[in-house]
Design a protein around this ligand. Structure first.
Ligand code: SF4
Length: 490
């Protein structure tokens, strides 16, 4: 039977989803560039450029393979599908299960039929089965199951290298003046230029918009960065914006590359014997562990999970999140400048600078979540909701993480070179030169003392709080800092 196969902008793989059994002699392939997606929010232009140009390139590659492709612009996805349906005698619409609750419901209401979403390594039903059998949803438990189920980095029933996790080896601070191998630059073609012109944007050369470019990026990572990835994966430095991170998340999230392809290449590279286990395991855990876990939790926890605000955080988004010149905090300034430049920073600035700051200042979780969704190139709904609500700002009361990821300036000082040229001193918690992270870390514990008293995993931190002899002074400084942050003075 003839059908219209709808391809959302994150299903760009010919061998997976609804396209894997597509027939060029019968099927019509539909893409919709909705105004809701392109101008509905304050999206980072680099992100929009990447998503739209990737989709247009992919549509073009299907045309070249002989498919009938309809690529329309419309106010909403459903409006676009109606236009395509009216042109093709009301053919039925099919699609791989979408990656967000909202799109799933919209397409269902429009009577689209779904094929299972196989853009991940774990079927949604399998994850639900795992989660329903857990007392607490520890990622580490899920990850070990994945290693065994997928038989990756295993020797029989045991993990290769004798341990499931080599994080202790992977916490090096950045070396001084560290440059490392150059990152790939991606040339821009006519389609890129057309999209850039429509958006009024000058794109970077950082992100590929074709499968060929994405594969080149993957090869570059495995050839030049994989071996050094692990030890420096948590380091932050103003000398090198990416260190040895793969930069593959945008392509795995829009599916120019399927996660199984990344894993196959990682295992092949490791088996050559030149990549240390701490790099291989650390990277593979991100793909088969964390990424799959977060997607599984998004679907398992349901659409209302994103509205959690169990710490009652009500502060508006601080001006420094959008304008780096409104802060003197060097770590934040560097991070926001990097985001403004290329819509990306790695997981530690996201967690320990941005989310940590939102957490300890009490920024409203949904305001922060919306901002994070807008500015990162790889920020799919399914990634960001659990990552922010559960991990980043502990708004779910500990459903995902047993304790909040709150930290003072000492962590950032140890893992970066940012503090050396900062106005503030990470060791001080009171006074004009005190690091805002350090002041607000203690103030955060103090503000939520009654809640955290019930959590035995917080006892060490609360013991530390109890020993402070300058709490009254610290509370006064915290109030000044919070006001200063709101006014863009700190
Ligand atoms: Fe950031 Fe504090 Fe270090 Fe400054 S001193 S860079 S604010 S952690």
């Amino acid at each position: 039977m003839k059908r219209i196969i709808y391809i959302p902008f994150d299903h760009l793989h010919h061998k997976f989803g609804a396209l894997k059994e597509a027939d060029p002699t019968k099927d019509v392939i539909a893409f919709v560039e909705s105004a809701r997606m392109s101008i509905g929010r304050e999206w980072h232009k680099e992100r929009l450029f990447f998503l739209i140009s990737s989709a247009r390139h992919f549509a073009q590659s299907l045309r070249e393979e002989g498919f009938t492709v309809e690529y329309v612009k419309a106010p909403t996805t459903i409006d676009g599908l109606k236009t395509i349906q009216s042109k093709h005698k009301s053919l039925p619409i099919t699609c791989a299960e979408p990656s967000s609750f909202r799109q799933y419901q919209q397409l269902k209401d429009f009577s689209a039929t779904f094929v299972p979403n196989d853009f991940f390594l774990t079927p949604r039903s399998l994850f639900t089965q795992w989660a329903e059998g857990q007392k607490s949803y520890l990622m580490e438990n899920f990850y070990r199951k994945q290693r065994t189920r997928l038989n990756i980095l295993m020797e029989g029933d045991d993990p290769v290298g004798g341990s499931w996790n080599f994080d202790k080896e992977n916490r090096l601070p950045p070396p001084k003046k560290y440059e490392g191998p150059a990152y790939l630059k991606h040339k821009r073609d006519e389609i890129d230029q057309e999209v850039a012109k429509e958006l009024g944007h000058t794109p970077t050369t950082t992100w590929a918009t074709t499968r060929k470019g994405a594969l080149a990026q993957m090869k570059n990572f495995f050839d030049n960065h994989f071996a050094d990835f692990g030890p420096l994966e948590d380091a932050m430095t103003s000398d090198n914006w990416a260190l040895h991170h793969s930069l593959l998340s945008p392509y795995v999230n829009n599916n120019l590359i399927h996660p199984s392809e990344v894993i196959d290449n990682a295992v092949k590279a490791f088996n050559k014997g030149t990549v240390p286990i701490e790099s291989a395991e650390g990277f593979i855990r991100q793909i088969i562990g964390w990424r799959e876990y977060v997607n599984g939790m998004y679907w398992f926890l349901g659409p209302d999970y994103r509205n959690n605000n169990q710490l009652n955080a009500t502060r508006k988004l601080l001006p420094l999140f959008t304008e780096p010149n409104t802060t003197q905090m060097n770590c934040v300034k560097e991070t926001i400048t990097d985001i403004n430049n290329r819509a990306w920073v790695h997981h530690i600035p996201r967690l320990m600078v941005l989310s940590n700051l939102a957490l300890i200042t009490g920024v409203n979780p949904q305001a922060f979540l919306n901002w994070m969704r807008e500015v990162f190139i790889d920020a799919s709904e399914w990634v960001m909701v659990p990552n922010i609500i559960g991990m980043g700002v502990h708004a779910d009361g500990g459903l995902m993480m047993t304790k909040p990821y709150a930290a003072g300036g000492a962590y950032i000082s140890r893992m970066s070179n940012y503090c050396k040229s900062c106005t503030y001193n990470p060791k001080l918690r009171t006074g004009e030169s005190a690091c805002p992270f350090t002041t607000l870390y203690w103030d955060f514990l103090d503000r939520h003392l009654e809640t955290f008293k019930k959590n035995h995993r917080m006892s060490q931190q609360l013991f530390g709080l109890n020993r402070l002899n300058d709490l009254p002074e610290l509370r006064i400084r915290a109030k000044e800092v919070l006001l200063g942050l709101e006014q863009g003075r700190i």
